[in-house]
Design a binder for this molecule. Sequence first.
Ligand SMILES: Cc1ncc(COP(=O)(O)O)c(C=O)c1O
Length: 404
Amino acid sequence: MSFEQEARKNFPIWPIHDDDEINALKMVIKSGDWWCGAPGAHQGDNVWAFQEEFAKFQGAKHCVAVCNGTVAIEAALMGLNIGLGDEVIVSDYTFVASASAVIATNAIPIFCDINPETLVMDIDNVEKLITKKTKAILPVHLGGNPTDMEHLLEIAARFDLNIVEDCAHAHNSVYKGKKVGNWGDAGTFSFQASKVLTSGEGGAIICNSEDLADKVYSYIDCGRKKDQYFYKHLSYGTNYRMTEYQAAVLRAQLKKFPDQHKLRNENAHYLMKKLNDIDGIKTMKPTAGTTSLGWYVFPIVFEPQKFGGITKSEFYKKLNANGIPTDDCYPPLHSLDCFKNNNLKKGIDYSIANWGGEKSNSINFPVVSDVYERSVEFPQEILLADREKLDNIVDFIKSLKMKA
Ligand SMILES: Cc1ncc(COP(=O)(O)O)c(C=O)c1O
């Protein structure tokens, strides 16, 4: 076991579960309804109920549950009719899925550099990336930190673009009085094992347009439509349905979520204040107007020269060796091997993208490249620990400075 894995044992072990999840699963098994069926051939209740509960929780009119957060993005884009010949502007600092879902639709992702303080898409860069082919913008609320949606909406309206918010990290993040996922045309969520609301795997799309919800539903359920015969396949669709098992666990987890979320937010503010007092450390800055944050990860950016020239990997090693768990930061999309070549999908011309070959040089994405080299991320579980443990993290980082 690595030092990092060992370190996790010092903090609450994620996911947190009790008899509620076990009983929920038992009930699914005993019921014999192991899948949700379709609206016209209704079987288990959990997926249908979870969709309603999650929509309500996120303050949206509609929710379509799916098997993971990657296909949630793909389905939202497909529902908006985005595909071949279209460009989608994506934040460069994210998990590969935010862009691979665009590739899945046959559209081309265009990478956008980030704001050095909030670590989300820098809105001032967006306009420069818009071409005649741009159809959508895909902001990623990294670590739950909302993108400046008010400003982004203004740009989208001016250029007649759709917005799909990648909310994989941003369950219950609130920006300017509205939960994220409701600012754009659609918001997509992940319930993968490390996420703050989880069933091991899982995803959802929320939106406020019935027409879009119907299109997304058709896409994820074999081209079916609500209120239609089971074997009526009206449009191209595939099977990305969520299972009853996933939904049963999610319904139990959703009940635990509000208390966990409150604690994560309180502890994040405590930690932010203490860490920002250390010269050479900056925590991710909540976007102006944010009143609640998903806190899927807690990123800090350090100044190596203030720590005796320490490298990022040394910083990580020292934290882990001292019992402090970390998460690896996402290598920026432009630097991933799959986006350095132009051969992702047969028959599609990726040469117009702002990545691939020389274009993938970090010089072209200066902020995210610099931030990535100087960032350390802590997993959300640390924010569920008691204050003494948080103080230990602060003290240890201070001690690194003193030794430097
Ligand atoms: C920002 C972001 N988007 C999308 C996804 C994809 O979610 P999933 O793993 O459920 O497919 C992830 C998963 O980690 C993510 O971090």
